[in-house]
Structure formats: structure tokens, C-alpha cells
Write a protein that binds this ligand. Structure first.
Ligand SMILES: N[C@@H](CCC(=O)N[C@@H](CS)C(=O)NCC(=O)O)C(=O)O
Length: 194
């Protein structure tokens, strides 16, 4: 979202495996000990949804929500963003963490369940994208919220586009966006707890 709005930013990695999120200097930014946190001069905001809303309020151009007045579409974009937060992003993170473990510690049943859960979300997105190019008709926070985890699924042996032609076409459109190409430089190695 920062790149979409052409905002300059510095990425400060927080190593969750080392518990850096529980250090006093981090807890001063977010008392709930979670990433992401946005520091914008003297304003500190945490939680990806709230950060997104802050950015849209503070830097409205270009917008990442349908226009004011299109209440139903705005609600739809927000619903998808919330759905990604509850039913997609954590599951992909948990799968990464499980796969990172050594053979002896790995829980094969959990891996299967997480894969199935992710596949179900991808099938749902495919149905929703049948008649539109973007999840809330035009490009919005709905699409943005899925991309960071979607682009790493290949590394986890999950074929996003196989038998999902609408997701496949949508992902190709996403990957053409300069903002998403910039994510390449921000990719970190999958690790436990990330
Ligand atoms: N709803 C929050 C979830 C944030 C969250 O769960 N972050 C995880 C990493 S993806 C975290 O910081 N976990 C710290 C920990 O497990 O100690 C958001 O969207 O920002």
C-alpha cells in the first residue's frame, strides 16, 4: 500500500524467532507485541487493517478503496481485507513455520490441514473473480491484502493458478504492478514464526 501511494519508507525487520517483538523498545510501539507497525513521523499505528485505514486517510491519492458513496463496494473491499487477515495470512504463516521445522518435529497432519484450508480460500477467490478483474471490481485493499502471502505459495509447493484460471489471470495482473514488483526486494527467507 505504501508503494501504491508512492510513499517513501524504510523497512525495519523484526526477528520474531528471536523474540524481538517483546523487547521494551518494540513494546513502546505496539504493546501487543505484533508486527506490522507503522511509524510516520510522530504517529505510531499498529495492526495491518488500521495501518491501511490510516494511510488511506492521511494519503488519499491514489485511493485503495472504492469511492466514497460506493458504500457496498467499500464494504466488500473491507470484508476481503478482513477475510485475508483471519483466514489466509495466518494459515500461510503457520504452514511456513511448520515446513521450516526439521523432519522429526514436522506435523504432517497439520501441514495437510493448512494446505487444504489455503486451497479452499484460493477456490473461493477463483469463484469471486469469475466476473470481475479485481475482488471489489476495481483494484483495492482487497487485492493488496492477499498478494504478499500469495506470491510465496509457489515456494511452499502450492500451485495457486493450477485449475484456477481466474486467480491465475488476477495474479498475473497483480505481478505487473510496480508496487508488487518492488516487494521482490523486501522478500525474506521463510522462517519459523514469521
Ligand atoms: N491482526 C494483526 C495480526 C498481526 C500478527 O499476528 N502478527 C504476527 C506475525 S504475522 C506477529 O507479530 N506475531 C508475533 C508473535 O507471534 O509473537 C494484523 O493484521 O496486523
Amino acid at each position: 500500500m505504501l508503494a501504491e501511494k508512492s510513499l517513501e519508507f524504510e523497512l525495519v525487520p523484526v526477528d520474531l524467532t528471536l523474540g524481538e517483538q517483546r523487547k521494551p523498545e518494540f513494546l513502546r510501539l505496539n504493546p501487543f507485541a505484533r508486527v506490522p507497525v507503522l511509524v510516520d513521523e510522530d504517529i505510531t499505528v499498529y495492526d495491518s487493517t488500521i495501518i491501511g485505514e490510516y494511510l488511506e486517510d492521511e494519503y488519499p491519492e491514489p485511493p485503495v478503496l472504492p469511492a466514497i458513496g460506493s458504500s457496498a463496494l467499500r464494504a466488500r473491499a473491507r470484508l476481503f481485507e478482513d477475510f485475508a487477515d483471519s483466514s489466509f495470512t495466518p494459515q500461510v504463516g503457520q504452514l511456513m513455520a511448520e515446513l521450516y521445522k526439521g523432519d522429526a518435529e514436522r506435523d504432517a497432519g497439520r501441514i495437510t490441514r493448512l494446505r487444504q484450508s489455503i486451497e479452499r480460500v484460493l477456490d473461493y477467490l477463483n469463484r469471486e473473480l469469475q466476473e470481475q478483474q479485481y475482488l471489489a471490481t476495481e483494484f483495492s485493499v482487497a487485492d493488496i491484502s492477499f498478494v504478499p502471502r500469495l506470491v510465496i505459495l509457489k515456494e511452499l509447493d502450492l500451485e495457486v493458478g493450477a485449475n484456477r484460471s481466474h486467480v491465475d489471470a488476477w495474479l498475473k495482473r497483480m505481478l505487473e504492478r510496480p508496487s508488487i514488483q518492488e516487494l521482490d526486494g523486501l522478500t525474506v527467507e521463510p522462517r519459523a514464526g514469521v
